[in-house]
Design a protein around this ligand. Structure first.
Ligand SMILES: [Zn+2]
Length: 177
């Protein structure tokens, strides 16, 4: 006679507010788990959860209101630093968990996703264009500007109101100091 024992493991990193959201997650990422299924945790009389719901309900989520807050505590720099920390933390975690022997591969995927977000944010930090002076015999000296992120193209220039590199999207800082 065979005895099969099933251990139900609560996945602490997966929290969803609705069963629908949980099911969607399982459909998409279910391969990461062994026989995944939904479960319910009640948040009744949990002061922290009640407070969170209260905050969600009473916050003005309109773009104008939010963007006012976005500027101050969450600078691009800080956000990038935080993303880097979270990335490292997650990589350590997936390597230790090594689900289905995919630990290393999962860590690479975490790296890819986070680096993409980090790069996009870094491009939002204005950088000064690289200035090159040209002087050719018989011609008036002139200046060309190229992308600070290293694209091999000539920028149209500040007089055309160019705010971003036309190739990579790097935000430009034309101010003179
Ligand atoms: Zn560029």
């Amino acid at each position: 006679m065979n005895y099969y024992r099933y251990f139900h493991v609560v996945n602490e990193d997966a929290l969803f507010l609705t069963k629908k959201a949980c099911k969607e997650h399982i459909e998409k990422y279910g391969y990461n788990y062994k026989q995944p299924h939904t479960y319910v945790m009640t948040a009744c009389q949990c002061p922290e959860y009640e407070k969170l719901l209260e905050v969600i309900k009473n916050t003005d989520w309109s773009v104008e209101k939010m963007s006012k807050y976005m500027e101050l505590p969450w600078s691009h720099r800080r956000t990038i630093e935080n993303l880097k920390e979270i990335k490292e933390h997650m990589q350590e975690k997936v390597i230790i968990q090594n689900l289905h022997g995919r630990g290393k591969k999962d860590a690479e995927e975490v790296e890819f996703d986070f680096d993409r977000a980090i790069n996009a944010l870094e491009k939002q930090i204005p950088k000064k264009p690289i200035e090159r002076n040209y002087e050719e015999p018989g011609e008036k000296p002139y200046i060309k500007h190229t992308c600070p992120a290293g694209c091999k193209i000539t920028l149209h220039g500040v007089e055309y109101g160019q705010k971003y590199c036309q190739k990579c999207g790097q935000r430009l800082d034309w101010s003179e100091e």
